[in-house]
Each structure stands twice: as C-alpha cells, then as structure tokens.
Ligand binder design. Structure first.
Ligand code: PBG
Length: 329
C-alpha cells in the first residue's frame, strides 16, 4: 500500500459510523473466552474478603457454589479452582488428599453445574508449610525438582478423579507436564486436557494472590523455578518443552506486562493460548477506580482486548463475571 497515492487512503472513513466500526473490528472479546478463578476454603458459610482484591473472596464450598451459579448464569463458561487447606505440612498432603478442599469443590461444582468447565490449578505452594511450589531441602535452601514431580502427578490424578475437566499445572518444575500426562494416562484419564502454565514469570504482580491463597514463601523467593522477567527466547523454549511433554494448551502469565511473549507464543506455536490477568492487574484497576481516577469498565475491557489482540484465545481474569455483564451492554 502506498499511502501517498491517489485516491488517498483516509483511515477515518471507517471510523465514522458505530455499526461500521464494529463490522471492521479485527478483534473481539467474548464471554466464551473467559475463566474466573476461585479460592476454596474449608467450612460452611465462609466468605472472607481479600483486602488487596476488592470483590474477591475465599469461599467455603457452599458459598462457592452460590457464587459460581450466579457467574455461570451471567455467562461465565469456566472456573479455575485454587484451594486453601485446613493445615499445611512439608509434603503438601492437602494437595492430593482425595477429600482435599479442591477435590471437594470440584465434586460439588460438577454435580450442581455440569455445564461449567472446571479447571484446577495444580501446585503445592498453598499446601506447603513453607509456601514453596515444591519439596524443599531446608539445609541446602533448595526447591527439589524431581522428587516434586511425583506429588504433582498425584495431585493432578486426584483432581481428575474428583471430576476436573482440565488440569493446569502452575508449579514450574521441569518435566512436570510429562509426569502429569503419564500419570493421568495410567489412571485412565487419557482425555483430560492439560493447560500448562508454560511461560510463568517470577512476578511482583502475584502479590495480592499470595494474600488470597495464603501461599507466600516463608523464606527466599520463587526465582529458582519461575522465569526471569528479562527473558523472551527462554519463554519459547519453555513452551516448546511443555508441548513436547504433552500440553494441550499453554499459558503466559502475567498478561499485561508480557503481551510480547503472548504474541510470540501464539505466532510461533499456534497452540490454544491462555493469558492470565493476574491478581495485581486486577488490584491496580480496582484501586485506581476506587479513587475515581480511571473508568474501571473501560480500562478492564481495553486491557483484555489487548490480550486478545496479542494472541490469547483464553483469558483468566478475576473480572470475568463483570466482563460478562458489561459485554451485554
Ligand atoms: C501458584 C500460583 C500463583 C498464581 C497462580 N498460581 C502464585 C505464585 O506463583 O506465587 C498467581 C495468580 C495471581 O497473581 O493472580 N503457584
């Protein structure tokens, strides 16, 4: 295209009529692409506010069911379940207990809302007394990779047994997708898809989540297993590895500060790709909106549209229910 040729290309022509603007829009954001995260906790009638995430709660299973019923009715097609167990230990027993908190929530959801897609987060940090995503060798101050794989695989199988539709490992141990795929297949869950948190960065944007999931590491940080925010080429290698090990869908996390990664992952592999708009992405908008500094609805929709434009097929967002309502008009 030669912009100086005649007749002149005048981009504004297509921006004059709302109906035409919509018709030539290159990207759409739809309710069918959204996933709403939940934090399940033990007990009954529990609804605990998370101070850094207004509008998000730790919910007992009965309350979670009520909330998810309303969200599903509003158009939310899928949920992602995290668990806060009664007790934590050094082996993350609560992660793979057959009546663990996630397993209970999944059973209840699949019974009451069979049409709702239930994705479970597979990680150990919420269940470990030290808050790390894997087994720890305390004297060496190390998170152990290979011994952790067995526990992750056990957790995944227990989620599938409870009825989870999709298994989403977020721990960032090397080899976990293969370990989980092998274990799921051996247990008869060949058809259970894996959504791998493939490019997951060691990010300050997870701060509010760690309050929500009570999973802050008690010592050190997660930089020996989560990715360095400086790296993009490495993200492609991580994604390639997860696909080779059997991932059916891949994720980039966080979303907004990593749209370049999202774009490259989608362009390179063409796999179904998810973006996780993480806790601080939500909190920043909520906080500024509470001050009256920004338009919450417009900023949320614009951010999520940007993730779609960058290549996301699936968007995990704490705003999923509001977004469904907003998309209706
Ligand atoms: C567990 C996990 C985390 C998030 C999702 N799964 C926290 C972390 O890695 O520290 C963060 C999600 C969010 O911030 O919304 N490993």
């Amino acid at each position: 295209m030669n912009a100086t040729s005649f007749p002149a290309y005048r981009p504004r022509r297509l921006r004059q009529l709302p109906v035409l603007r919509r018709m030539v829009a290159e990207t759409q954001l739809g309710a069918h692409q959204l996933v709403l995260p939940y934090f399940a906790r033990p007990g009954k009638k529990q609804r605990r506010a998370i101070s850094a995430m207004p509008g998000v709660f730790q919910l007992s299973v009965d309350e979670l069911l009520k909330d998810a019923t309303a969200a599903h009715a509003a158009g939310v097609p899928a949920v992602l379940i995290f668990g806060i167990p009664d007790t934590k230990d050094e082996k993350a027993t609560g992660a793979y207990a057959s009546n663990g908190i996630v397993q209970q929530a999944v059973r209840a959801l699949k019974k009451e809302l069979p049409g709702l897609l239930v994705i479970t987060d597979v990680c150990l940090c919420e269940y470990m007394s030290h808050g790390h995503c894997g087994l720890v060798h305390r004297a060496a101050g190390k998170v152990l990779n290979d011994p952790t794989l067995k526990l992750l695989a056990r957790t995944a199988v227990s989620h599938a047994e409870a009825g989870a539709d999709v298994i989403a490992p977020s721990d960032m141990m090397d080899g976990r997708v293969r370990a989980i795929r092998t274990a799921l297949d051996a247990a008869g869950f060949q058809d259970a898809p894996i959504l791998a948190y493939a490019a997951k960065y060691a990010s300050a944007f997870y701060g509010p989540f760690r309050e929500a999931a009570e999973s802050a590491p008690q010592f050190g940080d997660r930089r020996s297993y989560q990715m360095n925010p400086a790296n993009a080429e490495e993200a492609l290698r991580e994604v390639a590895l997860d696909i080779a090990e059997g991932a059916d869908m891949v994720m980039v996390k966080p979303a907004l500060a990593y749209l370049d990664i999202l774009h490259r992952v989608k362009a390179t592999f063409g796999y179904p790709t998810a973006a996780y708009a993480v806790s601080a992405e939500y909190s920043m908008i909520k906080a500024a909106a509470a001050k009256g500094w920004i338009d919450e609805r417009a900023m949320t929709l614009e951010s999520l549209l940007g993730m779609r434009r960058a290549g996301a097929d699936i968007i995990i967002t704490y705003s999923a229910k509001e977004v469904c309502d907003w998309l209706k008009g």
